[in-house]
Structure formats: C-alpha cells, structure tokens
Design a protein around this ligand. Structure first.
Ligand code: F6P
Length: 557
C-alpha cells in the first residue's frame, strides 16, 4: 500500500461523501441549536497553557456538522495517520520529501527542550537566540552606534514572503509592546517605490538595515539590499562602515559574506526552517528589536505551548486538528473555494495576509507525496481583514452570495486601548456576525418588519432574506499578548500541516513559485536591451511579446 494514498481512497472519506449526500447539505443550524441546548459545550474547546498567559476559547458549534459527521471526520484523521505524520514531524524525519528536509520550526521555540529532534543545527538554536538577544538589547539601549557615533533610531527589514510577512504581521500585532522611538520599515517589493519611500524617511547615520533572506539569492531582496547599501555608502563613503549598519539573517553564510556582511553581524538559521515558518528564527530579529527580546521569548513560549497541545492532545480535543477537519469538510465535500480569517482586533490587521502565504504556499498543491494527481480540492483561497472594516467591504457576499465561505472570527476580550464604548461595540459586531451567518433571517421575519405595501413587493422581501447556515469558528482570548499571539500562529500552522497530512501532499515545499521567476530572468535582458525589433524572435508567445513591445515603446526614456 502506498504511504500517502489519495485521501479520496480512504474509507472514512467515502463515508463522508455518503453523509454529505444524505444529510450534510441539509444541516440546519437553527434546528441543531434548538434540538441540543448543549451544542456550544459539545463543540467548543479551551486552550490553556500552564507556563504562559496564552489561553483561548474556540467555538466550533456553528459548523455544519452533527455528531455522526464529527465522528467520521475524526475517523478520517485517524485513517490518514495524522498522528503518525505529526510525530514524524516532531521527531525530525525528512517529511519535506521533495527537498529531503526535516520540518522543524517547532524546534525554534522549544526553549524547555521537550522535543530534541536529533537533527543537525537544533543544538545551535539557543546560541543564535542568545546572539539575537545581545544584539537587540545593544541596539535598543543605544550601545550600538552608527558610523558617526549616533544611536540607531530606524530599522529597515529587507526581505520578501516569509522573510517579511511574519515580522510585519507580528510587529503590527504586538505594537503595544513596541519601543515607540524606534521606527521600523519593511521593504519587500522589487518596485523601487517601496525602497524609495523607506529611504526617504531614513537617515543613513541612524539606520540599521536587516537583510532577511533564507537563501540570500532572492532577486527582490538582493536588489533592494544593494540599493540600500549604495544609498548608505553615498553618505558614509567608507565600506568599512557597512558593518555597523547592515546585518544578515540567512542560512547562506557564504552569500551573505560575499555581499559584504561581517560574520559577527550574521544571524543564521537552518534548512529545516521553511520560509513561511521562519518568524521564530533569526528572521524574527526585527521583532526582537521592535518589542524587545523578552517579549519575543514569550511569543516563542506561547507557540511552544501550542506545540505541546498539538503533539499530546487526543484528536477529539486537539484544536488544530479539529479546525483542519472542518476545513476539509467544507473544501472537499461542500465544494467551498475560500476561507476567511477575520480578526476583530486592529493590531491583527496583517494576520490574514500572513496566513495567505502560510496556507496557500503550503497547501496549494496538486500532487501527493507519492506523485499522484489528487482528484479532490486542496488548500482554499485565504483572505480577510480586521473587523469591522471587512463588514463594509466583502461581507455582503459571505451573507448572501451564491458561494459558501467559511470564516474564522477572532477577538480579544480586553483591548489594549479601552476607549469609551469602542470595545463593546467592536465585540457586539464580532458576536453578531457569526450569529447572523448561522441563523439568517426568514421570509416571515422580513415581512414582519415591512409595511403592508412593501410586503407585497416580492423582490424586496427576497432581497432581505438571509438563508443562514453559513459556517464559522469563533476564537476568543483574554488579550492579545505575545504568548497568545504565538499560540494562535502555531495553531494555524498545525491546522495547515494536518490538512496537508490528510490530503497526502507535501505542505513544506513551494515549487510553484519557480517558473515565473525563471521566465522573468529570461525576459529581463530583452527589457534591458531595449531593442523592440528583437522581441518577436525571442521565443515568447504573441501575448507576452505584444506586452513587451508596449512596455519598450512607452517606458521612461
Ligand atoms: O515565494 C517563494 C519563497 O521561497 C518563499 O517561500 C520565501 O518565504 C520567499 O520566497 C523568500 O525567500 P528567501 O527568504 O530565501 O529570500
């Protein structure tokens, strides 16, 4: 038998198909809640960490499930050997099979050394953390001086994808803990505008550039870093000053050295850290600088507590596993295309962007680890933004559109900024949206609110009906602290991994981003050559050639 069979060949999958056909479509949440006054207790789980302040409540009760479907989903996890695959990950087995690598972001936050996978580099984690601690403290307390003897007041993180989104998201989410007199810019895009705007706001004497790139070969990052270095040297003159203003975060020490970065200013990590799982590694240096090492450590510890939960909790109480199973129920049986992440906390405004990469780069795959093409859907489209802004943008479609779009709602019970009535109003929306989505509004209810004349207007009546039965998870935590955030991020990481285990795919490579990069490298010389007459013979299709010619005739002279 193959090691990673198509999920659709599993017995539980087939039975779920039957359950979907016989009753899955008809689950009515109004009735389900009426019939079972304990539905909330049955379908909610608490996460409580003993060593940090990380805790939250996860309410699954507004999902389109009943006990039979729920149990069958758990059987699917068992039959797909989720526990064994999870344990292989924690043991450091090379589960990233296409690249022959372990997947050990869990080792980066294993400060109490509970797991100790026997993999090269794991024993260096503590030393690198110590380096990050010392360096970030020196910069924050002003001991680290720029080339004219001034303190650093600005940092510019130069990285893209996982070398950008994690630090951006966490620095925003944990702003209440930030050193407010240290300005942080994050430059990712190759569009010169991104770098130009950061440099415009920076002083070369007081700016520290953090070149964050796992491979140290990414075109955007190396080009941006080179531009930053040129800009810096225009003022500083002497190349020796680069050492005070440029540090590198990478697994590729050789390339960082060639770029001119001092060995002492390098923060290393290892090939068993995936880019989109790297905020816990040296890639988190900008986070340490912004919120301080102790808070960074709390972030790691909160994530570690979630790792313990994922590793040690039986499937029916295992929060990431349950989230994964409900996601599969919608993606593969209900045919849902998307999944929304909707945090009701302004500080989490980049959370959905972060997991757009985390989920879509991990599970946007069509080939199983045995090389078979899947005959079912894998990772959904991830989108979202902070409540209540989303309500005034795209919620219309979630409430009344033709597609079923499952959503996760997240909110803190306490605000970092308790300002008059704001938080109660925010939370009233956080509570109301899942309620409206689940229970909707019937024709009868609509009519009651209309005048006798409007009741005759069937278009108006029908437009105001909400069908309901739109599924959601709700997650509440006391306050958005570093440990809570760490645990939430780890929870979604493990949800994504679990789905990948069930689908039989490799969630830890990203071959799909390569082709575009290769083609761009082929096209660039055509653009730099600037000769329109050479375009047609360059071997591109007529569309690409037509666009190239348009660019060459319209670009800046
Ligand atoms: O988009 C592809 C990717 O490899 C991501 O997985 C990664 O986070 C990003 O590029 C940046 O890579 P690097 O850190 O090597 O510059």
């Amino acid at each position: 038998m193959s090691q990673h069979p198509l999920a659709s060949s599993l017995q539980a999958w087939k039975e779920l198909e039957q359950l979907y056909a016989s009753k899955g479509k008809q689950i009515n949440l109004t009735k389900a809640f009426k019939d079972d006054p304990k539905r909330f207790e049955t379908y909610s789980r608490s996460f409580n960490s003993s060593k940090t302040d990380a805790s939250f409540l996860t309410d699954f009760s507004k999902n389109l499930i009943d006990d039979e479907i729920y149990k069958k989903l758990l059987s699917l996890a068992k039959e797909a050997k989720v526990e064994q695959q999870r344990d292989d990950m924690f043991a450091g087995k090379p589960i990233n099979s296409s690249e022959g690598r372990s997947v050990l972001h869990i080792a980066l936050r294993d400060l109490p050394q509970d797991f100790n996978p026997p993999v090269e580099g794991v024993d260096e984690v503590k030393g690198e953390l110590e380096h990050m601690k010392q360096f970030s403290e020196q910069v924050r307390n002003g001991q680290w001086k720029g080339y004219t003897g001034k303190q650093i007041d600005t940092i510019v993180n130069i990285g893209i994808g996982g070398s950008d989104l994690g630090p951006v998201m966490v620095c925003e989410a944990l702003k209440p803990y930030a050193k407010r007199d240290l300005t942080a810019h994050f430059v990712s895009n190759i569009d010169g505008t991104h770098m130009a705007e950061a440099l415009r706001a920076s002083n070369p004497e007081t700016t520290l550039f953090i070149v964050a790139s796992k491979t140290f070969t990414t075109q955007e990052t190396i080009t941006n870093a080179t531009t930053a270095r040129d800009w810096f040297l225009k003022s500083a003159g002497d190349k020796a000053h680069v050492a005070k203003h440029f540090v590198a975060l990478s697994t590729n020490v050789k390339a960082a050295t060639e770029f001119g970065i001092d060995k002492a200013n390098m923060f290393k990590f290892w090939d068993w850290v995936g880019g989109r799982y790297s905020l816990w590694s040296a890639i988190g240096l900008s986070i340490c600088l912004v919120i301080g090492y102790n808070n960074f450590e709390q972030l790691l510890l909160g994530a570690h507590e979630m790792d313990l939960h994922y590793k040690n909790t039986p499937l029916d109480k295992n929060i990431p596993v349950l989230l994964a199973l409900f996601g599969i129920w919608y993606t593969d049986f209900h045919g849902c295309q998307a999944h929304m992440l909707l945090p009701y906390d302004q500080y989490m405004c980049r959370f959905a962007d972060y997991f757009q990469q985390g989920d879509m780069e991990s599970n946007g795959k069509t080939i199983t680890k045995d090389g078979e093409r899947v005959n079912y859907e894998t990772g959904p489209i991830i989108a979202g933004q902070a409540g209540t802004n989303g309500q005034h943008a795209f919620y219309q479609e979630i409430h009344q559109g033709t597609r079923l779009i499952p959503c996760d709602f997240l909110a803190p019970a306490q605000s970092h900024n308790p300002l008059g009535p704001h938080h109660d109003i925010l939370i009233s929306n956080f509570l109301a949206q899942p309620e409206a989505l689940a229970f909707g509004k019937s024709e009868e209810e609509v009519k009651k609110e209309l005048s006798a004349q409007d009741q005759q207007n069937s278009f108006l009546v029908k437009s105001k009906i909400f069908e309901g039965n739109r599924p959601t998870n709700s997650i509440m935590f006391p306050k958005l602290t570093p440990a809570v955030l760490g645990a939430l991020i780890a929870m979604y990481e493990h949800k994504i991994a679990t789905q990948g285990f069930i689908w039989g795919i490799n969630s830890f490579d990203q071959m799909g981003v390569e082709l575009g990069k290769v083609l761009a490298k082929k096209i660039l010389p055509l653009l730099q050559g600037g000769d329109v007459s050479k375009v047609d013979g360059a071997g591109h299709d007529s569309s690409t050639s037509g666009l190239t010619k348009y660019y060459l005739t319209h670009r800046q002279k």
